[in-house]
Every structure is written in structure tokens, then in C-alpha cells.
Design a protein around this ligand. Structure first.
Ligand code: ZN
Length: 412
């Protein structure tokens, strides 16, 4: 049907992306929060696209759209392909949607080539990945993995609407979450294609890359307590300046993230008290976000940060309190599926590059159910969660050809 250069698949993917991009809760920009009116419309549009591709499709109890084609062996476990169709506020058009429409495009291509897979193939459009509206975490993909937390139903959005009520308004079924759990023995694997959301593929001039692991994350809130004083009258050697201490700590965090392979560490918030031009800062609240694809490396990095920051606090005579509140382990991708992706990437004439994912994805939840793997697609400037998010039709085509090759290897 297609050779390496006619871009048929790429154009098909881009057409479906445009179709989904019309559905927004805010005219003039793309905002499609979980269970909103626009999410419902996008889910129905996805349903129509799946049905047109010959998939037997439905919207499940939590709003995920799921389409299935049967394989020649009715008893074979299914291969799942997917991503999400919810978005952040003022989003781009590719984050999540790309992985969904690529799954549909690959099923269409198999049909056009007259290929019936050996096992069932399901395309999944999850609804609650971005974690913007409700205090849930990958709830729709967690449900398939049998890890839906019923307490999520009572979480409320900023208008006070509970996830339970929003789900009913959407046409879903709050009591139906548990029944969505899949049997691991009936699930062969999960493949997710996603924009990279970072600059590495662009820097290496590659259209796609293979995810080695999804980073684990440590997050902490920290407080430094110093002493306020007159900025004109207290001598420098008699101060307990909380902000100067935090400045040193930010340097420690930056070094800890920079001196190891594949690690990142960030102070994203720093609030100064009392915050006046002529007052020595008395207190600073700040945050730590540290990520690594290897848990032992992340733990060592965080330990170094904690001990060096405490030493700095002691030297400066300020008090430091650090309260970690998130310790989310890394998710290594499945070795067998990574090998299949390597073969598929080579089949279109590209050398496989392996990279860690700094952001979380539905594949984190799905890895609890079945072998899971991800393919990243180059995006312009590494920009995401932004209307400037952009990929080329050539790269969309390359991603489709890699996914199609991988699906043929695994499921025919
Ligand atoms: Zn995403």
C-alpha cells in the first residue's frame, strides 16, 4: 500500500489529528479536560473513526474509547495500542491524540493490505491522563490494569463537581470501574506512541526514539526559617538570610541533577517572606522535583540533596525542614517489546535511539497489566502543553510505519 516515501500514512494521521483538534471547551484554543463536553465530543469522534476503520468500538464506563478487531486465533491475548484524548488547558493538538490516531491508522493499513492479525488488536483512547481537572492519577488506564481507586470518584474539580457526578453527566457509570479490569492472561502487550515533549530527538536529527523507562519522581515541600532584619543596619556576618540560604540550596539541586546520567532536579516554586526590598528574608517555602529512570540513582540523588542542603542550613544558622510527599517508582519498559520496536525502527532505515521519558504516561498504569513499550516522536523545539506543539507529516509517517511494522512482527 505504501512505500517509504509516499507519506500516505502520515497524511492520514494528520487528518485525524485535525478532526480531533476541533473539539474544545474554549473557542480559539484547545482545552479538553476529562469528562467535559468537548471530551464527550472527541470521544464520539474517535468512536466514529474507529468504526470507519472496521473496529468494533464503544465508550466504556469511565469514558475511554475502545475499538477491537479480532484475530485469526480467537483465543489469543489482545495487543493494545493507545494513548489519551484529554488535554491540558490551552494545549497542543498532538499530545495523546497522536498515539490514538496512529493506532487507528495502523488498523486501517492492515485492512488495506488484506492482513488479518493473529491476535485481537484493540485501540484505546484514554480520558484521564493529564490529571488537570480532578485529583486522580491515570484513572482510566489504571481501571484497565485493575487499579482504579474508588476514592477518585469523590475527588472534586475547582467548581466543586465530583468526578462521580461528572461521569454521570458524561454518560458513564461510576459503578462500572471495577468491571473494566482486564485479565493479564488475555492481554499480550500495550504500545503507546507519544510526542517526545523534550528536545533530544530534534538534537539527534531522528524522527522517532524508543523509550527505555518512564522516570520515577520524588517531590518534596521545603521550608527555610531564618530571621528578618533591617536590610540597612544588620551587618552581613550577623544575618540569617533565608533566601540567600535557598539560593545556595537551588545550586545544590541543580548540581545533583546535572552530574548524573539521565537525571533532572528542579526547584519550581520559591516564596519569600516577608518579601520587601528593605527586609532580610525571614522564610522561604520551596519545592523539589527530582526524576530518574533508575530508582536507586534517584534515591541517591535525593539523599545527596537532603544532606548537602542540611549542611548548608547549618553553616548559615537557618532551619531547614523538608517534607517529601511523592515517591513514585520508575517504570522500565518491556525488553521484549523494546526489541520489537528496535527491529521496526531499523526496518524504515533508522538507527534506534533509546531515551528515558521525563513525563508520566498511560503506559505507567498499563505496565501493571501487561508488557508495555513506548515510541517517542520528534516535536518541534521539544515544546508540549502549548499550542505551539508541532510535528511534521514526515515524522508522523515514520511513526506510523514503525508502529505498523511492529504490529506485523508481534501480531501476524
Ligand atoms: Zn500525553
Amino acid at each position: 500500500m505504501t512505500n517509504a516515501t509516499d507519506l500516505t500514512l502520515g497524511h492520514r494521521v494528520m487528518a485525524m489529528i485535525e478532526d480531533l483538534a476541533q473539539h474544545t471547551d474554549e473557542p480559539g484554543r484547545i482545552t479538553r479536560l476529562y469528562l467535559s463536553t468537548a471530551h464527550r465530543k472527541a470521544a464520539e469522534a474517535t468512536l466514529s473513526m474507529m468504526q470507519a476503520a472496521g473496529l468494533d468500538a464503544h465508550i466504556d464506563a469511565l469514558g475511554s474509547v475502545i475499538g477491537r478487531i479480532e484475530g485469526t486465533d480467537p483465543n489469543a491475548p489482545a495487543l493494545l495500542i493507545g494513548s489519551h484524548i484529554d488535554s491540558v488547558v490551552d494545549a497542543g493538538r498532538y499530545d495523546g491524540n497522536l498515539g490514538v490516531v496512529l493506532g487507528i491508522a495502523v488498523v486501517e493499513a492492515l485492512k488495506q493490505q488484506g492482513i488479518t492479525p493473529s491476535c485481537p488488536i484493540e485501540v484505546v483512547a484514554f480520558g484521564d491522563e493529564e490529571n488537570v481537572r480532578f485529583p486522580s492519577n491515570l484513572s482510566t488506564s489504571s481501571a484497565l490494569a485493575g487499579r482504579f481507586n474508588p476514592a477518585w470518584l469523590d475527588g472534586r474539580d475547582q467548581d466543586g463537581i465530583s468526578l462521580r457526578d461528572a461521569l454521570v453527566a458524561f454518560g458513564g457509570d461510576p459503578e462500572g470501574a471495577a468491571a473494566l479490569a482486564r485479565n493479564p492472561a488475555r492481554t499480550l502487550g500495550y504500545l503507546e506512541v507519544h510526542i517526545e515533549q523534550g528536545p533530544q530527538l530534534e538534537a539527534k536529527d531522528l524522527p522517532v526514539g524508543i523509550v527505555s523507562a518512564i522516570n520515577g519522581i520524588t517531590r518534596a515541600r521545603a521550608y527555610v526559617i531564618g530571621e528578618a532584619g533591617h536590610a540597612g543596619t544588620v551587618p552581613m556576618n550577623m544575618r540569617r538570610d533565608a533566601l540567600a540560604a535557598v539560593a545556595e540550596m537551588i545550586g545544590i539541586v541543580e548540581r545533583a541533577g546535572s552530574t548524573r546520567t539521565d537525571t533532572v532536579a528542579t526547584v519550581g516554586v520559591a516564596q519569600v517572606q516577608p518579601g520587601a526590598i528593605n527586609v532580610i528574608p525571614a522564610g522561604v517555602d520551596f519545592t523539589l522535583d527530582a526524576r530518574a529512570p533508575d530508582d536507586a540513582v534517584r534515591e541517591a540523588m535525593v539523599q545527596d540533596i537532603l544532606s548537602e542542603c542540611q549542611a548548608a542550613a547549618q553553616r548559615r544558622g537557618v532551619e531547614l525542614v523538608i517534607e517529601p510527599f511523592m515517591d513514585s517508582p520508575a517504570t522500565p519498559m518491556d525488553k521484549g517489546l523494546i526489541e520489537q520496536l528496535e527491529i521496526a525502527v531499523r526496518s524504515i532505515g533508522i538507527e534506534p535511539l533509546h531515551l528515558a521519558s521525563g513525563a508520566g504516561h498511560d503506559a505507567v498504569a498499563m505496565a501493571n497489566l501487561c508488557p508495555s513499550a513506548m515510541l517517542f516522536v520528534r516535536c518541534k523545539g521539544g515544546i508540549s502543553h502549548n499550542p505551539a506543539e508541532s510535528i511534521t507529516v514526515e515524522d508522523a509517517d515514520a511513526a506510523a510505519r514503525v508502529l505498523l511494522a511492529a504490529v506485523k512482527q508481534i501480531a501476524t
